[in-house]
Design a protein around this ligand. Structure first.
Ligand code: IPE
Ligand code: IPE
Ligand code: MG
Length: 235
């Protein structure tokens, strides 16, 4: 990539279009998820090469449980497979964090998630956030309850509640807000992703379906981001 291009610190990616990719090829939807998982792995590596501080992938939303059981089970098996592979990221020194309500998971998958978080927590490279059973409204409710409990227990006063305290009680605590949100697949909506954190993010929508997404597409998105003039309310 051109030397003048500024590499963002944190990109949020809504991995969308797996189902349509499969449908176009007359394949079962889960084949789209499988190809999407491979692309996830490659794009993660590329984010490391580019030197991002963090990247957040939206992998499964709190709303995605509405899908047929066969599809949900297929996604969960892929998750296990790719989480195990995530250990290969050792060379890349990623800190892996799962954003979302983990109480929906149990058994092998939950153990794997906790184990990966524990084993990678002191790594110094890029933070790789994987949003699983993630919903921004759920996250805000979770933070609200945690803060209400602090008030109830007398740890803080109502007047101590400020934007920083809210941020510190989100699943993304301690992380920079995303510079931009990238959504492939042609949909132009946010679908309950990072509502608090995107207050000043740029939005880049692309027509490519996630399983067809390439390193070049990420370059293009970063170039588009570089064309934006961010003002944060100033002049
Ligand atoms: C994104 O692809 C993957 C998940 C939401 C788990 P979709 O499965 O939503 O693909 P489309 O939108 O139906 O094409
Ligand atoms: C958003 O995609 C969630 C993930 C990519 C994990 P969806 O495909 O679920 O979003 P909608 O239903 O089109 O809004
Ligand atoms: Mg979709």
């Amino acid at each position: 990539m051109d030397n003048n291009i500024i590499i963002p610190k944190h990109i949020g990616i809504i991995m969308d279009g797996n189902g349509r990719w499969a449908k176009k090829r007359m394949l079962p939807r889960n084949m789209g998820h499988k190809k999407g998982a491979e692309v996830f792995q490659d794009i993660t590596r590329y984010c490391n090469e580019l030197g991002l501080e963090s990247v957040t992938f939206y992998a499964f939303s709190t709303e995605n449980w509405k899908r047929p059981a066969e599809e949900v089970n297929g996604i969960m098996s892929l998750l296990k497979e790719y989480l195990i592979k995530a250990f290969d990221y050792e060379k890349e020194n990623n800190r892996i964090v799962f954003l979302g309500d983990k109480s929906a998971f149990s058994g092998e998958l939950l153990e794997l998630m906790l184990d990966i978080e524990e084993k990678t927590k002191d790594r110094t490279g890029m933070t790789l956030n994987i949003a699983l059973n993630y919903g921004a409204r759920n996250e805000i409710v979770h933070a609200t309850k945690a803060i209400a409990n602090m008030v109830k227990n007398g740890e803080i006063d109502i007047d101590d509640i400020d934007e920083q305290l809210v941020s510190d009680n989100l699943y993304t605590k301690g992380q920079p807000d995303p510079d931009f949100i990238l959504r492939p697949s042609g949909e132009k909506r946010i679908s309950n992703f990072l509502l608090w954190q995107i207050a000043y993010s740029e939005f880049v929508y692309m027509d490519v379906l996630w399983p067809d997404f390439t390193r070049k597409d990420l370059d293009d998105a970063i170039i588009e981001f570089n064309r934006r003039n961010r003002r944060f309310g100033g002049v």
